[in-house]
Ligand binder design. Structure first.
Ligand SMILES: Cc1ncc(COP(=O)(O)O)c(C=O)c1O
Length: 382
């Protein structure tokens, strides 16, 4: 019988201890290379840690299990994973993207992808007729974030997957915001799932990593060849940190979501908050689609305050909450997307999206919700 996701966060696919010495915490194989018994033969299949390493392999098997993937490859950052994914494509290939994407992805696509001959079309992917129009014109792939960073736009993954199949394109979903605990895009028909494992998967703001999860052995073989050839793989110690973080993924995601809902509801009642974007609020335009395709709303909230001065005051005065980039850790972080994570997004796109200098993004942590709220209100009103 298949274990539930809560159990797989701790034990992986099967609870048969993979360590030959039966260690409970999987060991860190801090080695670059492995000896061979006979030419070309190591009995456990390990040669060199750029290609594969037991600690990383154990992590990859666990993440593949959480995403119901044929395989998962661990990279040294989320951006290394996205960059390797782009290596699947050839000059002239066109990729349809959610208009609202993590700024680092936009920077990669505009600076490196474009130089390599790829073409990117940014559209509102929540409108499936626009997606179909682009596919008809011959796109090679759809690249989604749902909910998106930082505007929390929701796209229908299953709808996009059906269209992608019809027009022989790949569907790629960055699943960083909800994590596999709340959402499994491969089960909805996606071909590739990306994670910045820096965020919820590791969960402690202590390491940078990324994953490419593939739906088929064919895609998996391509990613294995690319990762061992270009080499931006995850080191053994960092692999162990992520394995340790994953053990508490389920309890962390439940707590962050419980906190986020309380905070989003309190922000909605606040006179100087103009708009709250949280996919767990029933009046969010993507609420129904998100509810159908996921098991939760996660812990990311964006909100717009009445004035730039108020936004700046919050960032300057918070004490418990930290003004910093990143998300998905135990600590609540507040980010100013316009000057931090989304600095490189074109002005025109920011204008269309409403990504203004009054927008703040909150990664709700695991502290007591009332303490987070008290800090936020004191900072805003102080
Ligand atoms: C949605 C999303 N995808 C990818 C990345 C890039 O990941 P990393 O910072 O691990 O390279 C980020 C980083 O913030 C992100 O928010």
């Amino acid at each position: 019988m298949a274990y539930s996701i809560e159990t797989r966060c701790i034990h992986g696919e099967e609870h048969n201890c993979p360590d030959p010495n039966h260690a409970i915490s999987y060991p860190i194989y801090q080695t670059a290379s492995f000896s061979h018994l006979t030419p070309g033969h190591n009995p456990n299949g390990f040669d060199y840690s750029r290609e594969s390493n037991p600690t990383r392999a154990h992590l990859e098997e666990t993440v593949a299990s959480l995403e119901n993937a044929a395989d998962a490859v661990a990279f040294s950052s989320g951006m290394a994973a996205i960059s390797t994914c782009m290596d699947l494509f050839s000059p002239g290939d066109r990729i349809i993207c959610t208009l609202d994407l993590y700024g680092g992805s936009v920077r990669l696509f505009q600076n490196i992808g474009t130089k390599n001959g790829l073409v990117f079309s940014y559209i509102d992917t929540s409108d499936l007729s626009l997606v179909e129009q682009e596919l008809k014109a011959g796109a090679a792939a759809i690249y989604l974030e749902t909910p998106s960073n930082p505007m929390m736009l929701v796209t229908d993954i299953r709808g996009c997957a059906e269209l992608a199949k019809k027009y022989h394109a790949l569907l790629i979903v960055d699943n960083t915001f909800l994590s596999p605990y709340f959402q499994n895009p491969l089960d909805l028909g996606a071909d590739i799932v990306i994670h910045s494992g820096t965020k919820y998967l590791s969960g402690h703001n202590d390491t940078v990593c990324g994953f490419l999860c593939s739906s088929t052995e064919e895609l998996a073989a391509k990613f294995r060849l690319l990762s061992k050839t270009t080499g931006a793989v995850l080191a053994p110690f960092d692999s162990w940190l992520v394995l340790r973080g994953l053990k508490t993924l389920a309890v962390r995601m439940d707590r962050t979501e419980e906190n986020a809902l309380k905070i989003a509801e309190a922000l909605q009642k606040c006179p100087y908050v103009e708009q709250v974007r949280y996919v767990g609020l029933p009046d969010h335009p993507g609420y129904e689609v998100n509810r159908k395709q996921s098991r939760g709303a996660g812990g990311m909230i964006s909100f717009t305050v009445d004035t730039v001065e108020r936004a700046e005051r919050i960032l300057k005065n918070v004490k418990l909450i930290t003004f910093a980039e990143s998300l998905g850790g135990a600590e609540t972080l507040i980010t100013y997307p316009i000057v931090q994570t989304h600095k490189d997004v074109p002005e025109e796109t920011k204008k269309i999206l409403g990504l203004s200098d009054r927008l703040l993004r909150l990664s709700v942590g695991l502290e007591k919700a009332e303490d987070i709220l008290a800090d936020l209100f004191a900072a805003a009103e102080g």
